[in-house]
Structures are given as structure tokens and as C-alpha cells.
Design a binder for this molecule. Sequence first.
Ligand SMILES: Nc1nc2c(c(=O)[nH]1)N[C@H]1C(S)=C(S)[C@@H](COP(=O)(O)O)O[C@H]1N2
Ligand SMILES: [Mo]
Length: 271
Amino acid sequence: MNPEPSGPAEPAVPPEPSGAPEPSGAPETSGAPETPRERGAPVGRRVFLGTLALGAVGVLAAPPLQRGLEAFLGSAADKDPTGLTGLLPNGGGFRYYSVTSSVPHKNATNYRLTVDGLVDRPTAYTLADLRALPQTRMVKDVQCVTGWRVPGTPFEGVRLSTLLDAAGVQADAGAIRFSCFDGAYTESLTLAQARRADVLVALRMQDKDLGHDHGGPVRLYVAPMYFYKSAKWLSGITVTEKVKPGYWENRGYDVDAWVGRSNGRDDEPTN
Ligand SMILES: Nc1nc2c(c(=O)[nH]1)N[C@H]1C(S)=C(S)[C@@H](COP(=O)(O)O)O[C@H]1N2
Ligand SMILES: [Mo]
């Protein structure tokens, strides 16, 4: 189940978005699922071959309903060999990704972030609590494992290490498990990775409060790793003994997701 850190492990399951049935009302979040379609992307080929091996039909499942100009242009850009769509104002080069067809909206009234597991003081933070803590801002490139890259993107928020120290991580702890209020996505880091100064619980992106489509009000931001590590709609931080691979990691992506040194890719580092 756990793919080798750098080996071309076959994914256990095909890369289909889990299509939760859509409740009434149009979701504002849409966007292509992380179905790596770019030719030559090692992960894409690996997942594709893995899917063939499983005999699945309809490999690149149609993305969930895509609404809005930005989602449309985002997906068009996936297929545009000229790169011209990259010049259009489509969200500044970002694609909006979700593995579920809809995600509840959370705001200052109903958002909570829990920190639990192997800690002395389990905690639940409101948005106001998080805003009251010291904020760190950094500007680095963003790199998705399917190939798209966005230069110089400001992220701002609370260092994850601040929240871990406040909770009091116990001696037997070795990893962090992240959960999301979309109800499906998960991520993980080793404790050492989680304590890095460039790992944030981000409240702002591009010098604005994080919008819903980018995972607001709060997402994880793991600066030196492929963007799938930066879990959107963050709702839970659980300190565990060992790393448990996350959503995409169960589908073939590397658990240690250093940009340029994982997933068979050679991208420039993000800083
Ligand atoms: N909850 C959740 N977080 C997620 C994802 C997702 O589908 N759901 N996709 C990941 C991937 S693969 C990427 S590239 C980025 C995309 O972030 P964006 O939608 O803000 O561009 O979010 C990451 N975090
Ligand atoms: Mo991604």
C-alpha cells in the first residue's frame, strides 16, 4: 500500500475522483481533478499504466461538473499545447482542484481546526484564534506534480510548528496526519518535515484571505514540496506515531514530495 519513497510504485487504485453525489445547489468549487494528463509526466504515465493493468475503462474520468470561467480556462490550459491560455486571467496560473464534487463553505463562524492525537493538550482553534497568532509570510513558486508552476506566490499564516508546540507533542510521536472538511482528502508529513519553518497553516494566499476555491478559510502550505501536500480546507491535525500515506499517495504519488527530487520529476526547487 505504501509506495516506495522514490520507486515507481504502481498505484493501488485508479486515479478517479471520488464523486460524492452533489447536494442541491451548484457548488462554487469545481475544477479538474488531479488526473495527470500531461504527456511525459512520469506520475501520469505510471498511474495510467496502473489503471490499464487494473483493466479499468474510462481512465481519465470526466472531471466533476466544471462551472465558471476560471475552471473552464484551467482545464483548457491542461490541453493547450501553445500555452496561450496561460496568458489569460484564469486564476493566475492556478488550477482549482478538488477530489470531491462539492465542499461545504466554512467561515469565521463555523470554522474549526482541531489538533489532537499524541499531544498533551488537544486544541480546537477558531479562525479568530489562528489570526491572533504570529503570522509568517513567504513568497515562493508553486509546483504541481502534473507540471504546472506558478511563480512567486505569497502565502501567509501560522507556522505549523507553533501549533504543535502549543499542543505539546508527546515523545512517541513521529508524524502528522492532516484531514480536510471536504471529507475525503488527507495528507501526511513526518514530524521533522512538519516542524520546518516553511510549513504553514495558511490563512492568506496572494495577499488575500484564502478563498473557498483555494482551500479557504485555511489550508496547509508545504513550501518545498509538490502542491498536493498543501491540503485545502484543512480541518484536522493529528499527531501520530508513523506516516500514513495521504489521498494521492495511496494512488501512486510519493510520500516524501520534495520538488525536483521525487515523483520521477526534475523541476527546479520552489524557492
Ligand atoms: N482538500 C484538497 N486539497 C488539495 C487537493 C484536493 O483535491 N483536495 N488537491 C491538491 C493538489 S494535487 C494541488 S495541485 C493543489 C491545488 O491547489 P489549488 O486548487 O489552490 O490550485 O491542492 C492540493 N490540495
Ligand atoms: Mo497537484
